[in-house]
Design a protein around this ligand. Sequence first.
Ligand code: N01
Length: 552
Amino acid sequence: MSESSNGHPAPVEATDVADAVVVGAGVAGLYQLYRLRALGLRTRVIEAGAGVGGTWYWNRYPGARCDVESLSYSYSFSPELEQEWTWSEKYATQPEILRYLEHVADRFDLRGGITFDTRVDSAAYDERRRRWLVATDTGERIDAQFVIMATGCLSVSKAPEIPGAESFRGPIHHTGHWPHEGVDFTGQRLGVIGTGSSGIQSIPIMARQAVDTTVFQRTPNFSMPAGNRPLPAEEVDAMKANYLAWREGQRHSGFGVPIPEPTLAAFEVSEAERNAKYQDGWDRGNLVSILAAYTDTLTDAEANDTAAEFIRSKIRSIVHDPELAETLSPRSFPVGTKRPCLDSGYYETFNKPNVHLVDLRATPLVEITERGVRTSEREYEFDAIVFATGFDAMTGALTSVDIRGVGGVSLKDRWADGPRTYLGIAVAGFPNLFTITGPTSPSVFSNMMVSIEQHVDWVTDLIAHLRDRGIPAVDATERAEQEWVAHNIEVGDGTLYPTAESWYMGSNVPGKPRVLMAYIGGVGVYRDKCDEVAANGYEGFAFVPEPNLTRA
Ligand code: N01
């Protein structure tokens, strides 16, 4: 068996030796491989799918697009890549984003470093050797100094918590792992459960195919028109000429998208002025303009309700039946505190005579039957069912791998009361394990591209720091972790986010601890904090000395 990089023999069970194992070949895994290779590290990327792309590999449901404008949702690390790739629409479709990521994999010759169709089952830290043993479902046992979880925030899908799915005689598809060959609902009676981003994007398209569509809604969501359109060449060229400044703006913004910072509180202006501003945001067709219209939209319930009511008035103006419009109108949470949506004709779809809405608050789901779906009121018959029921977000992909740190402690147990990390990147007691866009970092409260690049760059710099100094391992201190977790909660408590039952709070998965799982302090503020930690010699981390393997 070969030697590990610290010169000591790998354990007998190891089938390979690497400097780093990266789990996942999505946006984060691809860039992490690129950066570690450039450092000269022998890196193995392990990917469960048959191709690259992560989220964009799995989420192939009709209408899947990114809610961040395509000109902002791309890597910034290569000016050549920026110039040679041309986006075709304001909001890129899933196939176009996947083509982009495949292009990146080919252009930077990354595929050879990736093992596809393979899942990481476990990773165990050997304190004595300061190294990890990573086990896969294909029987590999990789001895590695570093493990980097690039597993995504929304990659473990969840089904509705009702029995009977196996008894349904037709197909059931989950938006989060859609058949690659596509699905045609033409002539079928379709039932859709779930009205989050995936449901709201896909329902208008599926309802155009199906002969009859029934949507089961537990919580209505706020959605705004995407205003998608082809990108004219002049707009693309202007961005290509200005990318450098634009990227800098992204990195120092609140959500990873440069927009004018609000200066006024909602009630500092008249109702007419407010509504004109909301109308402007509505017309712009993006997630941020309305939410960032005023300084207190996400911190003050009354201010927030002015924006919420503006959107509800739009729903009433689009949906012809007032009772239906009211059922589609969110009233149980402040706008923005559950992920808002962008749509192309979502509310309009409910004006069609062959599209029906079932309010699960009035008549809850009971079971899936052989013929369809049963609520407390009646049974609905379908030819096909779609679960648009979301994900075990933020922590699901991390705790589903059996990760064991110092003393054999499992990450899942460590996080039994909610995720605890330092900066969302490291976990005390799990040396050399890094989580890209991990819980308590801005992650899902940002343009993921921006946050992913920042984390990958930061982790790569830390690894370079260790290797330059011959330090075998680094571990977040308990104290730094505790302070960061407290800071995350404190910042969150200053906002309306904790008032909602959302996947941001873990509320969508029964039994999951209810904590705000991402950092809402802002992408720029967070970046400064990470940079400060690095500049202060990685303050809050303890450097683990070389092992003495001659000791018994
Ligand atoms: O999932 P969701 P998603 N019985 O969790 C309902 C990103 N994304 O896949 O709200 C009945 O938002 C659930 O009801 P409730 C984006 O960050 C991005 O749509 O929990 N209903 C909800 O309506 C997004 O937020 C993009 O009461 C049940 C729905 O299912 C995230 O992924 C596109 C239920 C789930 O909504 C997740 O979006 C798509 C049950 N037992 C996704 N369980 C873009 O950028 C769940 N529901 C465009």
